[in-house]
Design a protein around this ligand. Structure first.
Ligand code: ADQ
Length: 469
């Protein structure tokens, strides 16, 4: 394969605490050579385009610092206050400010200008996520003729929602600068197709190639996975075993339910707490027999809606605990910390119920990590939102509508009562999917499409998940 240039908002090559995605991209870059380019996370008084090169875990990284105004308008602004809520169907939270749109365009220009001298003619360029949607167009405008692909890690919103964005049309038009555009699921892909057909007047064939204005764009539905093998090994590590023992002891014989999410309104935490409250009220005999452990490290603290959700959840956890706690029992343990991956693996394994109930999620890797960490002889039950991309693959989870407290409460009762043979049967099927469609599979499929290759591995997947080309 050609050299890869991976471009993403933040760069996180290798390292023990990096997520599976970072591990996979690191592996690909190490194997094929190339560069991982992005924002350093640092602020500078004046943008100079100075690149800080490093070798991290055998991978060459190149990062730049951004000015305060860039960070406000591009990152905290357009990325996190406009696109993130809109793409998660939350137009009530989306803020449409011309200054944000301007900052987003400016920073993408800056990325294009700085990365340009690093690109060699045969490199494959792979742009990650919603922070850099127009980057392909900016690179084309600077004469780049390489194959360029973009993968969107979050949902693509329905056409009528996207139309609320003042720059919707030009944003979608800019995507035609890419050769390949990837989504996790057919649902997100179909929403994109609907916009192209009905708003741009473009066409999309059975081969999922979109045509508009003389450009052809290959659309691909390609669900991201985790490094299942690595995660199962982490779950068997000494740290995971110690964590398992500590967490189980702290539950003193009670059944543990766990949620692990970035503190984000898309993750449905408030609705999850309300579902649990309903369960406690409706199921008096199960009270004191269960504990909900919610791990939710704060993210994007500079954005007001994130501060609000933090306050709401603290209030809700306090109310539920105040109402239901007993001398020796607190129903919700709410922890605002991040943990290393081996500790998380131990927590997942110690929890007989995994709660993954986002209101909307591109994929959701926690669901897959929970499955990979289970003991095959005594696996836990996954309760999963129908509105997470992962629900297309993990159909043996208990699937719920996360907006319904009743459905969450029912699912908790069903999970608690589920016999061992049914738990095993469901887990085995989910584990097979997590193993077969792992992160390397995703990487191979996307890069195959980017190279225009036909020889990507073709494991058995539901028909609607096959790369459509
Ligand atoms: P996220 O919205 O961040 O990712 P997710 O896919 O669940 O959501 O990944 C979160 C990662 O962070 C997981 O690997 C998890 O282990 C880790 N994490 C969460 N809480 C943690 C904690 N307390 N301590 C340590 N680690 C923690 C976006 C999209 C998703 C999509 C991914 C990948 O929103 O839909 O699945 O990108 O494409």
């Amino acid at each position: 394969m050609s050299r890869l240039i991976v471009i993403s908002n933040r760069v996180s090559a290798g390292g023990g605490s990096a997520g599976g995605l970072a591990v996979a991209l690191t592996a690909a870059l190490r194997k094929n050579g190339g560069i991982w380019f992005g924002w350093s996370g640092e602020q500078t008084d004046e943008f100079t385009g100075h690149i800080n090169f490093q070798i991290e875990d055998g991978v060459r990284t190149a990062t730049i610092d951004l000015e305060e105004q860039d960070i406000d308008e591009y990152y905290n602004g357009y990325a996190n206050r406009t696109l993130w809520p809109l793409f998660h169907y939350r137009i009530d939270l989306a803020e449409y400010e011309r200054s944000f749109a301007g900052g987003y365009a400016r920073v993408n220009e800056r990325f294009a200008d700085t990365v340009l001298p690093l690109v060699e003619p045969t490199d494959l360029i792979w742009v990650q996520d919603y922070h850099m949607l127009p980057l392909g167009e900016k690179l084309r405008a600077r004469g780049v003729r390489n194959r360029i692909g973009c993968f969107l890690h979050i949902p693509w919103p329905p056409r009528r929602l996207l139309m609320t964005l003042p720059e919707a049309r030009e944003l979608v038009e800019s995507l035609f600068a890419y050769d390949v555009l990837g989504f996790h699921t057919d649902e997100w892909l179909e929403s994109f197709v609907s916009f192209v057909r009905d708003e741009l007047g473009g066409t999309v064939g059975d081969d999922n190639v979109a045509h508009w204005n003389g450009r052809a764009l290959q659309l691909v539905a390609c669900p991201v996975g985790i490094d299942a093998q690595e995660f199962s090994m982490l779950a068997a590590s000494e740290t995971a075993q110690q964590t398992y023992t500590r967490v189980r002891e702290s539950a003193v014989g009670r059944t543990l339910m766990v949620g692990v999410d970035r503190l984000d309104y898309s993750k449905g935490l408030e609705e999850r707490f309300l579902g649990y409250e309903r369960f406690l009220t409706e199921t008096p005999k199960a009270r004191k027999e269960v504990v909900l452990l919610q791990i939710a490290p704060p993210s994007r603290g500079a954005v007001e809606s994130y501060q609000r959700i933090r306050n709401t959840l603290e209030g809700l956890a306090g109310r539920i605990n105040g109402e239901h706690a007993w001398l020796d029992w607190v129903p919700i343990r709410y922890v605002n910390h991040g943990y290393p991956r081996d500790v998380l693996a131990g927590v997942y394994r110690a929890s007989k119920i995994g709660l993954v109930t986002p209101l909307r999620d591109g994929m959701n890797l926690v669901a897959k990590e929970y499955v990979a960490a289970q003991d095959p002889e005594d696996p836990g039950v996954l309760i999963l939102s129908r509105f997470a991309g992962a629900a297309v693959q993990l159909t043996d989870a208990i699937l719920v509508n996360p907006h319904s407290a009743e459905e969450i409460s029912d699912a908790m009762r069903q999970a608690l009562a589920m016999p061992l043979d049914e738990r095993k049967r469901r887990w085995q099927r989910m584990m097979r999917s997590v193993q077969d469609e792992d992160v390397m599979w995703w990487l191979d499929r996307f890069t195959a499409a980017l190279e225009g290759r036909d020889d990507a591995p073709q494991p058995e997947v539901p028909q609607n998940l096959v790369v459509l080309r």
